[in-house]
Design a protein around this ligand. Structure first.
Ligand code: PEP
Length: 253
């Protein structure tokens, strides 16, 4: 059975004190979660140690993920964080290829393939983001765009390797805009992605990989989105910055 997952992407938000408070507020609400739902928090990298310390001290069922990793092993890459460094901090997950990184930091399919490889070498599960911009959807190119993103950055992986990857479909036009994909649009793309996995690997593997939806998901629309057969949870931006909203989303299965 594939995992149900709700992951929060804090992006570049929160002061140290606010991050501490939000982590505290989330951990004290964890007992209200339905069983079998994996909750993941991805704070900015400077707060990762704070987050893992809180999880260890309180011994709570909350997983921590980073928002980015270098595609290089080590060396003269000022400002970058390696997969080895993340694994030393007991990181479980790391977001890869968020549309903001593709857009503002010019991340290419090839770079993302390298990031996925580094993470898997160190036992960290990539949360691989894909999704089309509005013009691509309007031009009916959204399936081709997502297919290229997935095949160019993931399809070099072995059967064993890809079974440790989570995919997040995030239509770029829905991120931070308040415009959510309809339940039918989300299901259609998730089924398309699962079929790509089936064609490249096999049906069993396609059935095991969690595919999350991301893009203005909130407590008001999560239940309808998560009710779809191929939607296994969400990657949440804005609504992950408030403990109540984040937990309500996780209660929407
Ligand atoms: C995101 O940035 O991954 C995201 C889904 O953001 P939001 O929920 O704010 O649209």
């Amino acid at each position: 059975m594939r995992k149900k997952i709700v992951a929060g992407n804090w992006k570049m938000n929160k002061t140290f004190e606010e991050a501490d408070e939000l982590l505290f507020d989330i951990t004290k609400r964890l007992e209200n979660l339905p069983s079998g739902v994996q909750l993941i928090v991805c704070p900015p990298s400077v707060y990762l140690e704070l987050a893992t310390d809180i999880v260890e001290e309180d011994d709570v069922e909350l997983k921590i993920g980073a928002q980015n990793v270098s595609e290089h092993d080590a060396g003269a890459y000022t400002g970058e964080v390696s997969a080895l460094m993340l694994s030393g901090m007991n990181m479980d997950y790391c977001i890869v290829g968020h549309s903001e990184r593709r857009k503002y930091f010019a991340e290419t399919h090839e770079m993302l393939a390298g990031k996925v490889d580094r993470l898997l070498e160190y036992g960290i599960e990539p949360i691989f983001c894909c999704g089309e911009v509005l013009e691509e959807r309007e031009a009916k190119e959204h399936f081709a765009v997502v297919k290229a993103q997935i095949s160019d950055s993931l399809f070099h992986l072995s059967y064993q390797e890809i079974s440790n990857v989570i995919i997040a479909y995030e239509p770029v036009w829905a991120i931070g805009t308040g415009k959510t994909a309809s339940s039918a649009q989300a299901q259609e793309m998730h089924a398309f992605i699962r079929n790509l996995l089936k064609e490249k690997y096999d049906e069993e593997l396609a059935g095991e990989i969690s595919i999350l939806y991301g893009g203005s998901c909130n407590p008001g629309n999560a239940a309808e989105l998560f009710a779809n057969t191929d939607v296994d949870g969400g990657l949440i931006g804005g609504a992950a910055l408030k403990a109540d909203d984040f937990i309500k989303i996780a209660q929407s299965f």
